[in-house]
Design a protein around this ligand. Structure first.
Ligand SMILES: NC(=O)c1ccc[n+]([C@@H]2O[C@H](COP(=O)([O-])OP(=O)(O)OC[C@H]3O[C@@H](n4cnc5c(N)ncnc54)[C@H](OP(=O)(O)O)[C@@H]3O)[C@@H](O)[C@H]2O)c1
Length: 239
């Protein structure tokens, strides 16, 4: 953390949806480095002011982790206060069964890459007794619409619990489980939630819940209507 209290925060999947929403929320007070699969040109003008950007496609977990580490170093950072591993994909199979390619991409992007990133980022986070945050989903308990996606999020839940005990407080580890949110994820997944979408949370509200949950360092945390309506997102600790 700098003398001004500004944290060094890495957010993967920072090009759209929740990642970009939380980045915009934190950019006023903190230093941000985002990553995603979009090119630097595609992201020009879309990043919060002062934020850096690393192109790292997580479909190749090993390479994208190397690229991410190099990008952090090239940005001049030798430590991190927070890493928010948020990048994720899902596919809604028409007949309820994911094909091999969808299974591979979902697990590589959501779980294998996050696992390798967690290992690789540990020394940087340990330097500042930082916090590693996995973005899971309420689907981690199972979903008929997104089976491989649900499995990947269940994996993140187990991984967070394991690292939390293995790392023994040298780095705080948490997993946050957002409820359904009005981002483009469902359209990208080929899923039309129909009228149910009207009940989904707004990305800005979930981003507020994420920031508050990250500051609390608690885990696991479900980011739901209940927390939103009870004011938990706004009255909790601030990052
Ligand atoms: N929306 C919901 O209802 C909901 C509910 C629970 C949990 N979540 C979780 O919240 C997180 C953010 O999702 P979102 O709703 O904000 O969806 P989103 O708008 O699609 O954002 C997902 C992010 O991950 C990135 N990404 C996808 N594939 C990637 C790859 N191969 N390499 C690197 N980055 C990749 C996306 O990049 P592009 O911009 O290039 O697509 C985007 O930045 C995900 O982990 C998701 O599972 C979402």
């Amino acid at each position: 953390m700098t003398r001004s209290g500004a944290r060094r925060i890495l957010i993967t999947g920072g090009t759209s949806g929740l990642g970009l929403a939380v980045a915009k929320k934190l950019a006023r007070h903190h230093k941000l480095l985002l990553s995603g699969r979009k090119s630097q040109i595609e992201m020009a003008g879309a990043l919060p002011r002062g934020a850096g950007y690393i192109v790292a496609d997580q479909r190749d977990p090993e390479r994208s982790t190397e690229v991410l580490l190099r990008g952090i170093r090239d940005f001049g950072w030798d430590s991190l206060d927070n890493a928010v591993l948020n990048a994720g994909v899902g596919f809604a199979p028409a007949d309820g069964l994911d094909g091999p390619e969808a299974i591979r991409e979902t697990l590589d992007v959501n779980l294998v890459a996050a696992m390798l990133q967690a290992q690789a980022l540990f020394p940087l986070l340990a330097k500042s007794r930082g916090t590693l945050t996995f973005i899971g989903s309420v689907a981690h308990t199972g979903s008929a619409t997104f089976p491989a996606y649900a499995a990947s999020k269940a994996g993140l839940h187990g991984l967070a619990r394991s690292l939390r005990s293995e790392w023994g407080g040298r780095v705080s580890v948490q997993v946050l489980h957002p409820g359904p949110t009005k981002t483009d994820m469902h359209a990208k997944a080929g899923h039309d939630p129909g009228r149910m979408r009207a009940l989904f949370l707004e990305p800005g509200d979930v981003a507020a819940m994420m920031a508050s949950a990250i500051a609390s360092r608690r885990s696991p945390v479900t980011l739901s209507w209940l927390r939103y309506l009870s004011g938990g997102a706004y009255l909790g600790r601030r990052l």
